[in-house]
Write a protein that binds this ligand. Structure first.
Ligand code: FES
Length: 107
């Protein structure tokens, strides 16, 4: 199995509550900083494909709400918390490497 680290931001570049757009080889991902950690997740809502850059709202802690229909996701796991059992949000692991925030890809 291979592992790659894709640098997507500089450490301390993101203020809490900001969502940065990242193009990951043609896939659109958002990166945010919350509770002292970086979270990367699909820009597309798993419910009906809303653009979370505009429809997404970061709530307290590590929750993300899609304002299109009110679904809420846990950025730590991608789990849909409201409604429970809804489609999960795709989340990607991040790691800090030197001065960079990286997305960790495995294949
Ligand atoms: S499209 Fe996001 S909750 Fe429906």
């Amino acid at each position: 199995m291979g592992v790659s680290y894709i640098p997507v931001a500089r450490i301390a570049e993101l203020a809490p509550g900001v969502m940065k757009e990242v193009d990951l080889g043609g896939r659109q991902v958002l990166l945010t900083f919350a509770e002292g950690k970086y979270f990367a997740f699909s820009r597309q809502c798993p419910h009906e494909d809303a653009d979370l850059q505009s429809a997404g709202q970061l709530l307290n802690g590590t929750k993300l709400r899609c304002n299109n229909h009110g679904y809420c996701f846990d950025l730590k796991t991608g789990e849909c918390m409201l409604p429970q059992g809804g489609p999960p949000l795709t989340v990607l692991p991040t790691e800090e490497k030197g001065e960079d925030v990286c997305i960790r890809l495995e294949w």
